[in-house]
Design a protein around this ligand. Structure first.
Ligand code: G3D
Ligand code: MG
Length: 177
């Protein structure tokens, strides 16, 4: 089995569940009191994106310090793709995804693949629909991507989100050569 390394980014507003998603993905657990991320955590996991084909993801989870230019340039440098996460219960975090996408495209120096993630789907029943999910889907598709709803709490679609991103990265690279 061949394997190669890909740097992928977790992006999106504060408290949308970026750290919870990567923890769920890596360790298959949900910690309700996960500490506020400081600096950048880099976590590694192998993903079989196609039968017999494995990529090693190094997943960069940035904390509240993305506003500092020097951390930001290190964060985006060499990135192969990004999960762009918002919180299904807070409309503002969805609105901010456009800003995040602009920043990803500006700082990663290329049009890297991303997957739009609406997280906390487990809360929709209680909170009701705060954002227009059809619009989220249309937004993602217009930007050449897809929209996936996840819950770091239940684990639903979390593996799929990372696997789909990996698949898209590999596909976009294959097309270039
Ligand atoms: P961030 O890394 O994007 O800043 P965190 O976000 O992973 O730290 O999560 C922020 C808060 O949302 C945490 O709650 C966390 O438990 C909660 N959360 C994350 N994902 C989900 C989810 O899928 N469902 C639900 N119900 N909650 C989620 P606290 O209370 O610790 O601030
Ligand atoms: Mg975090």
């Amino acid at each position: 089995m061949s394997s190669f390394k890909l740097k992928v980014l977790l992006t999106g507003a504060a408290a949308v569940g970026k750290t919870s998603l990567v923890q769920r993905f890596i360790k298959n657990r949900f910690a309700a009191n996960y500490k506020l991320t400081v600096g950048v955590d880099i976590l590694t996991k192998d993903v079989e994106f196609k039968q017999g084909e494995v990529a090693t993801l190094s997943i960069w989870d940035i904390g509240g310090q993305q506003r500092f230019e020097f951390i930001r340039s290190t964060f985006y440098k060499g990135a192969a793709g990004a999960l762009l996460v918002f919180d299904l219960t807070r409309e503002q975090t969805y609105i901010e995804t456009r800003k995040w996408l602009t920043e990803i495209r500006q700082f990663s120096n290329q049009d890297i693949p991303f997957v739009l993630i609406g997280n906390k789907t487990d809360l929709i029943e209680d909170v009701g629909e705060v954002i227009d999910r059809d619009e989220a889907r249309a937004f993602a598709e217009n930007e050449g991507s897809i929209y996936i709803e996840t819950s770091a709490k239940s684990g639903i679609n979390v593996d799929d989100a990372f696997t789909e991103l990996t698949r898209r990265i590999v596909e976009s690279r294959t097309q270039k050569f």
